[in-house]
Write a protein that binds this ligand. Structure first.
Ligand code: FAD
Ligand code: 2MC
Length: 393
């Protein structure tokens, strides 16, 4: 089912609609990569829990390792809107792998945007080529949605920080080479948080067992432990106390990208459901003749196009530093992740019993994008951010 792709191009659901010529070319490159390098492997990566290092490095050769970092140190220099188009396209081939690539991109941007030139020149080229893989470390067992209550500490000792504590659910944990860690260097609350880089191999850094997950199986999630982990003070990104702001600014884009990954999964699921309706016969005719299913398909396409509009709108708001960008990104993440999960679920329903079998990819798109309603800020936190924006004078 993954070999017949992109039959919905030139339809009302075509992801190229509304894009300029340059963006269409980038999108085509990402769609081709998804069809050739990701889609044929997504099932095996899921089943065997393979972290596809070489494939991701190939993606990096196309500029997808540091999409929206400045070109000065090797970034691709594109916008968040471009990045959203790329991640949606890649996710048609493997939603889980795309999600990891997008987290890596957020980490690269945090270093590139807030780091000094020394840190940038040291890390951005390697992050752009994905010779170095990176993980974003905010969540702790006791601090999930209430991220500002985090308790991992970094105590200054001469020219080093000594880090103690642990981070939970870290995507790429154990595989990544560079950990972008939010830890407490000062007072309680957001103002006491700093952002510090920790390299794999640093004494005191260790990883717990790989978590067993419903989806997102092409990369591991682990608890990451810091036990008197000494890193040079020069690994501080930005200023002391700026870490929470850096983390949140990283997440504004991350929320757009996770929503874009949901859109890619939903687009692929929609396309496959549509193809299946043409070949599956019941009651003497193919499913495409049942008006109930025709209408369902129409609703799925409408939910998808609405998701794209709200996500691309938020990406533009972020690119143009619109004062409402935080709420618009939250709104986009909330809407698109929920609607796209419903699209994948509907696609599975259209496949009937076959949709529930792992022989068909629809169930995987559904499993992979379910978690997008939970992570990068739960959708309840997204509702909180939108309502705060509305209610604050
Ligand atoms: P909790 O915060 O305990 O929330 C439990 C429930 O209560 C949720 O439904 C929540 O929405 C709700 N809730 C909480 N507060 C409120 C409120 N004020 N009002 C209404 N409802 C509320 N984190 C990282 O830092 N890096 C990663 O790479 C990473 N990868 C992840 C990968 C996976 C597969 C998963 C599952 C998680 C990952 N996370 C990562 C963590 C993720 O961001 C958190 O799970 C998420 O932020 C929620 O935190 P929690 O799980 O502690 O839930
Ligand atoms: N963009 C920019 N700044 C932000 C921001 C955002 N999205 N969200 C909060 N801030 C600022 C905020 O403006 C405030 O700044 P100032 O002190 O200058 O006024 C500061 O951060 C503290 O914010 P609040 O006063 O709103 O703090 P509060 O504790 O009430 O709320 C909350 C913070 C809930 C918004 C934040 O903790 C949050 O986003 N929680 C969800 C955690 C999350 O998203 N985790 C994802 C982990 S990564 C992941 O899952 C992956 C898969 C990688």
């Amino acid at each position: 089912p993954t070999s017949r792709r992109f039959l919905l191009t030139a339809s009302c659901a075509d992801p190229a609609n509304g894009l300029g010529e340059g963006q269409r070319q980038i999108q085509k490159m990402a769609l081709d990569f998804a069809a050739k390098e990701l889609a044929p492997n997504m099932q095996e990566w899921d089943e065997k829990e393979i972290f596809p290092v070489e494939t991701m490095r190939k993606a990096a050769q196309l500029g997808f390792g540091a999409v929206y970092c400045d070109e000065k140190f090797g970034g691709t220099g594109l916008s968040r809107l471009d990045a959203s188009v790329i991640f949606e396209a890649l996710a048609t081939g493997c939603c889980s792998t795309t999600a990891y690539i997008s987290i890596h991109n957020v980490c690269a941007w945090m270093v590139d945007h807030f780091g000094n030139d020394e840190l940038r020149s040291q890390w951005v080229p390697r992050l752009a080529s994905m010779d170095t893989f990176s993980s974003y470390c905010l969540t702790e067992q006791g601090a999930g949605s209430d991220a500002a209550s985090l308790s991992t500490t970094a105590r200054k000792d001469g020219s080093h920080y000594i880090i103690n504590g642990s981070k939970a659910f870290i995507s790429g944990g154990g595989e990544s080479d560079l950990y972008v860690v939010m830890c407490r260097t000062g007072q309680a609350g957001p103002a006491g948080v700093s952002c510090i880089l920790v390299e794999k191999g640093t004494p005191g850094l260790s990883f717990a067992k790989k978590e067993k997950k419903l989806g997102w199986n092409s990369h591991p999630a682990r608890i990451v432990n810091f036990d008197d982990c000494r890193v040079p003070v020069t690994n501080l990104v930005g200023e002391e106390g700026q870490g929470f702001s850096i983390a949140m600014k990283g997440l504004n884009s991350g929320r757009i990208y996770v929503a874009s990954s949901s859109m890619g999964a939903a687009y692929a699921a929609l396309e496959q459901a549509r193809d299946y309706m043409k070949i599956r016969k019941q009651f003497g005719k193919s499913l495409e003749n049942f008006q109930y299913l025709q209408f369902r398909l129409a609703e799925m396409a409408t939910q998808l196009v609405a998701s794209r509009l709200i996500v691309r709108n938020a990406a533009v708001a972020l690119d143009s530093q619109d004062p409402n960008a935080v709420a618009l990104c939250s709104m986009a993440k909330l809407f698109a992740t929920e609607e796209c999960f419903k699209i994948c679920n509907s696609a599975m329903q259209i496949f009937g019993g076959y949709g529930y079998l792992k022989d068909y990819p629809v169930q995987q798109y559904m499993r992979d994008c379910r978690v997008h309603c939970i992570l990068e800020g739960t959708n309840e936190i997204m509702r909180m951010l939108v309502s705060r924006d509305l209610l604050t004078e």
